[in-house]
Write a protein that binds this ligand. Structure first.
Ligand code: AMP
Length: 508
């Protein structure tokens, strides 16, 4: 991560305010390099893939350079797909949230022209769209570019791959000569280089260098998951993994607290670690992790810099890192002091290309992470519940409890099995999902293979291979699932809760 803060970059105060409202802590490397160049009015050629923070890298400086009070198209972004166009438009809307009467309009094929024409007539400062539809509007005269200040080609290599390059060039030719241009692409095939040479003369080039380093003693896994199912996937990982302590990486300060709250509600001893905490609070959190008062830390890259806690057995990349350097730093928080460690990366379908990038950077393959099937998970939950329950049979208060329940049973003409059933439901009602009463649903499976990689990885070079679950490491590095039960199944302590640190999983 960069040492610079957003405030030092010279962004418009309204844009800066919006950035701090979303909770970004520091600029990502591509942002630290691109923002000053774009603010200075230069053309920009950026080699960066999704997940590096490239959208903000162009959106923040370009928004800082336009006149928000003029309601005509000033920034035009071309994107290869409708999904990306919507995503970029949403990002612009967020970063421009402190401007008044500001409109961002996504336009793409497959949608009626009329709402798009209405949107254009009303006046939008930023237009984000797919090349074909954009060209249609230019030809119809419904989109005019006279006041255009900046044009961005996002994921240019994807636009080439999808056969849009002629449309892109036709649009480029219609933009004013004075217009600032930025081109982002994960790769630089010759046709894209040619476009850059023709339309982005003397561009500043920014590239996220891929650092290569071997990560010894760390078993790396990848789990492809839809963005909206990430929390489900994470809670299952934490349920089945034999971790001692774990660090979970997210992108924003806000996410550290949000996720910590969610995991805490599921019974985990968890704390956030971000730049929102002062030095003393941060030290305290790390100390709590070292001493076992907390088992999980949810951290941003910046806050976890240099963190050295030998009991961290697992690093979970809940959000992908911005670059390979950040990834290498993250996974290096485990496998310390000669121990083994495990790193698990969650990737959404759009982020799948990270898999290859990180394998190359770390010189080692990533194994597919396999969540247990719903049936296996259910079996494990049953075993854990049983072990927990049995942990209370020797509780000195059990005799009193039995006498009390006997009385209730007699008064109501019930047998003890009915009473036990009612008590279990009562427990479930007060701690939802603490009892394995319902089979968990299967998470939808997605492939880890990047779309553009049709052939798949070469044999032995990692990628997504078929096969059973990857090696599972226990604390001492031996393979095998954590045995079920009873971290939380020990006899009760004072508060009626199991003694010791409490359950890693239940109650959730
Ligand atoms: P992108 O590479 O533009 O697709 O961005 C990937 C994700 O990173 C998006 O969810 C952004 O909201 C997030 N993001 C971008 N810049 C930052 C930053 N400086 N700090 C934290 N998150 C960021």
């Amino acid at each position: 991560m960069s040492e610079l803060s957003f405030a030092e970059l010279g962004l418009d105060p309204a844009v800066l305010e919006a950035v701090s409202a979303v909770g970004y802590e520091t600029p990502s490397p591509i942002q630290a390099q691109s923002i000053p160049a774009l603010l200075a009015g230069n053309h920009l050629l950026g080699v960066a893939q999704t997940g590096t923070g490239k959208t903000a890298a162009f959106a923040l400086p370009l928004l800082s350079r336009i006149d928000a009070n003029v309601a005509e198209p000033q920034i035009l972004v071309l994107a290869p797909t409708r999904e990306l166009a919507i995503q970029v438009a949403e990002a612009f809307t967020t970063y421009a949230s402190k401007f008044r009467n500001f409109h961002v309009l996504p336009i793409y094929g497959g949608q009626d022209f009329s709402p798009q024409i209405r949107g254009l007539k009303r006046g939008a400062q930023v237009i984000v769209g797919t090349p074909g539809r954009m060209l249609d509007h230019l030809r119809k005269g419904t989109l005019k570019l006279d006041g255009l200040k900046a044009l961005v080609l996002d994921e240019a290599d994807e636009m080439l791959r999808m056969g849009f390059i002629d449309d892109v060039e036709a649009i480029l030719a219609k933009t004013p000569d004075t217009c600032q241009r930025a081109l982002f692409s994960a790769t630089m095939p010759p046709q894209i280089k040619k476009v850059a040479q023709t339309y982005l003369k003397n561009a500043t080039e920014v590239k996220i260098e891929s650092e290569t380093r071997t990560v010894e003693r760390i078993a790396q896994f990848v789990l492809p998951v839809y963005a909206e199912r990430k929390l489900d996937a994470l809670t299952r990982i934490l349920e089945v993994e034999p971790f001692d302590a774990s660090i979970i990486f997210v992108r924003t300060k806000a996410e550290t607290t949000m996720l910590a709250e969610k995991l805490s509600a599921r019974g985990h001893a968890v704390a956030p670690l971000s730049g929102d905490l002062n030095q003393r609070q941060r030290e305290q959190t790390v100390e709590d992790l070292k001493r076992g008062k907390k088992d999980i830390i949810i951290a941003t890259d910046v806050a976890a810099r240099g963190l050295d806690v030998p009991r961290i057995t697992h690093v979970i990349n809940y959000d992908v890192p911005y670059d390979t350097e950040a990834y290498i730093h993250r996974v290096g928080r485990t496998g310390r002091a000669g121990r083994t460690g495990k790193a698990i990366l969650l990737v959404t379908p759009r982020e799948r290309s990270w898999l290859r990038t990180l394998e190359r950077a770390t010189n080692s393959p990533m194994e597919p992470y396999q969540l247990p099937s719903p049936a296996a998970l259910q079996k494990m939950r049953v075993e854990q519940f049983e072990a927990q329950l049995l942990g209370f049979t020797d509780d000195p208060r059990a005799a009193k409890a039995i006498a009390l329940l006997d009385e209730i049973a007699e008064r109501n003409d019930m047998d003890m099995a009915a009473i036990a059933g009612a008590m279990a439901c009562l427990l479930e009602a007060s701690q939802p999902d603490s009892l394995p009463l319902e089979q968990p649903e299967a998470l939808p499976e997605i492939s880890a293979a990047p779309r553009r990689d049709r052939k798949g990885p070469p044999p032995g070079k990692g990628g997504f291979r078929k096969g059973g679950p990857g090696k599972k490491f226990s604390k001492d590095g031996k393979p095998g699932f954590r045995k079920s039960g009873p971290k939380g199944g020990k006899p009760a302590g004072k508060g009626g809760k199991p003694a010791g640190k409490g359950p890693k999983r239940a109650p959730r």
